[in-house]
Design a protein around this ligand. Structure first.
Ligand code: NAD
Length: 270
């Protein structure tokens, strides 16, 4: 049974019907927080996540909203306003366009860039903009800084990722984390996590089961820690930024990538 150290805290996790967002939402629920689950189209998955959170004693609700629009961001903040404050915001919703050959500049269009930016960069900003008054209220009511966690990517640090556009959006999100950590202190802490590979539908849907298994095995062989992370491996590190254990941490970017950023060890050494 998890320690209920987040009892009474109010949280939003965007893009939390599936994958990493679902894992983080479940951890918050297990530790006692009430959680708004968010998705755009994955309603059945969203309802399943709500049920799983309720099962561990949380008050969870589903809010279908597109984070890349003012209307969607406002809808999330309106749902949280019933609580009168917001302690935790996890900007997890993200998309990519797979174009792995970075030398093939024709693989990406203007629309690919703008669509990816809209969700991965404008989205976190718009949700923070809409939720800021509620997060400041949380600080005023509790004396404890509220906390934003941006789910970025190792692609934003190394420039290697599913596409040039995707890597650029995550680099921008890392910079925005610094700007807003400085601007919103002391009321709101803003941090980021940069996962490496995560075994989610992100890859499974794109490549099918057989190719996915080969990819997972090759990631496990080539990371310094010999590990292909699943959503729970990343969520366990991410939760640090949402609890009082990180109360003096803001503007931090944590790489959770089984050592990928260190570079691959030569095969002969393995
Ligand atoms: P996922 O597809 O399971 O999760 C992304 C979620 O975002 C989905 O539930 C989707 O419905 C939601 N979403 C997409 N656009 C949205 C919008 N406009 N409004 C609201 N919700 C929206 O994939 P995941 O791997 O769990 O990705 C979660 C986060 O982790 C993303 O930000 C992604 O960039 C990041 N990440 C993933 C990997 C990986 O290898 N899978 C690696 C590094 C970082």
């Amino acid at each position: 049974m998890a320690d209920k150290d987040l009892a009474g805290r109010k949280a939003i996790v965007t893009g939390s019907a599936t994958g990493l967002g679902r894992s983080i939402a479940l951890r918050l629920a297990e530790r006692g927080a009430d959680v708004i689950i968010n998705c755009t189209r994955s309603i059945a998955d969203g309802e399943a996540t709500v049920a799983a959170c309720n099962e561990v004693g949380a008050q969870a609700q589903l809010v279908a909203a597109d984070v890349s629009t003012d209307e969607g961001a406002r809808k999330l903040a309106d749902a949280a306003s019933a609580w009168g404050r917001l302690d935790i915001l996890v900007n997890n919703a993200g998309i990519t366009r797979h174009a792995r050959d970075h030398s093939d500049l024709d693989a990406l269009s203007r629309e690919d860039f703008l669509d990816t930016y809209a969700v991965n960069v404008a989205g976190p900003f718009l949700v923070m903009q809409a939720c800021k008054p509620l997060m400041v209220k949380a600080f005023e009511q509790t004396g404890r800084a509220s906390t934003v966690l941006n789910i970025s990517s190792i692609a934003g640090v190394t420039g290697i990722g599913s596409s040039v556009a995707y890597a650029a959006t995550k680099g921008a999100l890392n910079t925005m984390t610094l700007s807003l950590a400085r601007a919103l202190a002391p009321a709101i802490r803003v941090n980021a996590v940069c996962p490496g590979f995560i075994g989610t539908r992100w890859f499974k849907d794109e490549m099918g089961a057989e190719q996915y298994e080969r990819l997972e095995a090759s990631v496990a062989r080539s990371t310094p820690l010999n590990a292909a992370s699943g959503p729970d491996d990343i969520a366990d590190s991410a939760v640090f930024f949402l609890t009082d254990a990180s109360r003096h941490v803001t503007g931090e970017t944590l790489l959770v990538d089984a050592g990928t950023h260190l570079g691959y060890a030569p095969l002969a050494a393995r």
